[in-house]
Design a protein around this ligand. Structure first.
Ligand SMILES: Nc1ccn([C@@H]2O[C@H](COP(=O)(O)O)[C@@H](O)[C@H]2O)c(=O)n1
Ligand SMILES: O=P(O)(O)OC[C@H](O)CO
Length: 320
């Protein structure tokens, strides 16, 4: 486990670096509600969770950056308030004394098109795509995937990615409400409109990054709003082609941890190749005066998540 200030681990080693983490703030200036399954959602309180996270990250003083696993505003935000709400949440993140890396979630895309969203989130983009990588230290590479690359939400209606996604959903989900998993069996329950897929070009890009990281002897952390392992997530929350992405990842030995959001209850698994999957507990579902955020101490042999309150601390020790 990391120490209270993240400086020295139980093994007496200093982390290479540390970073803050939060997911699914899903802020909206609307009364509390519930998910489809009846789980309470606190749309106004979630921004207070974010404010407390930023305060704690700043107090820590040694965090190199912070990462937002997506869904910074909620789909129920009245559409005439979307821009204001996104700017308000981005503004709270920007009170952090360091770099923030955002990724997009389905709820962000319910509010704003990619053309407006990506510049606000400072996501480096070509052609509206929202995948990128960065290297906070020579030993590590972070890969941020765009899980809504092929998606029925967020692209213009006549965009080839929208058309591909709608065709895919017609083939995989016979329900008239494409967000309904009724009748879908087992892992097929992920074929829902609120999910998406990594497209061919992004897959090739990922392969190239992992080749390069292997050459440079870098360990890789893959981040995606949508979870990539059924052991860590509800079936309904998985990336449509999580299996294809994991096939690419498993061809290399450099990916040690995959981080995700979307499945609000959170989860942790270690897959059959020893890759850790940590899905973060949602800020949105924190009852008043409770929290869900954390920071991660990064070592050469592990990532140690030091969670606050509902975000469980997790030691992710790598396979040799
Ligand atoms: N088991 C489920 C989960 C969701 N839906 C549909 O998705 C919509 C969004 O779900 P939330 O959890 O964000 O409320 C919901 O309105 C349902 O249409 C579902 O059918 N079955
Ligand atoms: O964040 P939402 O509203 O898209 O909910 C996602 C579900 O929790 C996935 O099971």
């Amino acid at each position: 486990m990391g120490s209270a200030n993240g400086l020295v681990s139980a093994q007496g080693k200093q982390p290479l670096f540390s970073f803050g983490a939060i997911s699914d703030v899903q802020y909206a200036d609307i009364p509390d509600g519930r998910s489809f399954l009846g789980v309470p959602r606190y749309y106004r309180h979630s921004i207070l969770v974010l404010q407390r996270a930023v305060r704690k990250w700043n107090d820590h003083q040694k965090l190199k950056f912070a990462i937002n696993l997506g869904d910074l505003v909620d789909g129920f935000c009245p559409k005439d308030q979307s821009l204001h709400a996104v700017k308000k949440v981005v503004g709270e993140f920007e009170n952090f004394n360091g770099l923030i890396y955002h990724m997009i979630g389905n709820h962000c895309l319910y509010n704003l098109p990619r053309t407006e969203l990506l510049p606000l989130l400072k996501i480096p983009s070509y052609d509206g795509r929202a995948f990128y990588d960065f290297s906070p230290s020579p030993e590590y590479r972070f890969v941020v995937l765009d899980g809504y690359d092929i998606s029925a939400i967020g692209w213009p209606q006549d965009h080839p990615n929208t058309l591909d996604a709608l065709k895919f959903l017609r083939e995989k989900n016979p329900n008239s409400d494409k967000n309904s998993p009724v009748g879908l069996m087992d892992l097929e329950r992920r074929f829902l409109m609120f999910n998406g897929a990594v497209g061919k070009e992004q897959m090739e890009w990922l392969d190239g990054i992992l080749q390069d990281a292997t050459k440079l002897n870098q360990k890789v952390v893959v981040c995606c709003h949508l979870p990539l392992d059924p052991g860590a997530s509800s079936k309904e929350a998985l990336l449509w082609n999580y299996d294809e992405v994991m096939d690419v990842i498993h061809r290399y030995n450099c990916v040690k941890v995959c981080l995700a959001g979307h499945d609000h209850k959170g989860g942790h698994s270690i897959d059959s190749y020893g890759v850790h999957h940590r899905v973060f507990e949602a800020a949105l579902e924190c009852p008043p005066d409770t929290d869900a955020f954390g920071y991660i101490d990064v070592y050469d042999d592990r990532l140690s998540l030091v969670g606050t309150d509902r975000m469980k601390s997790t030691d992710m020790i790598f396979n040799p």
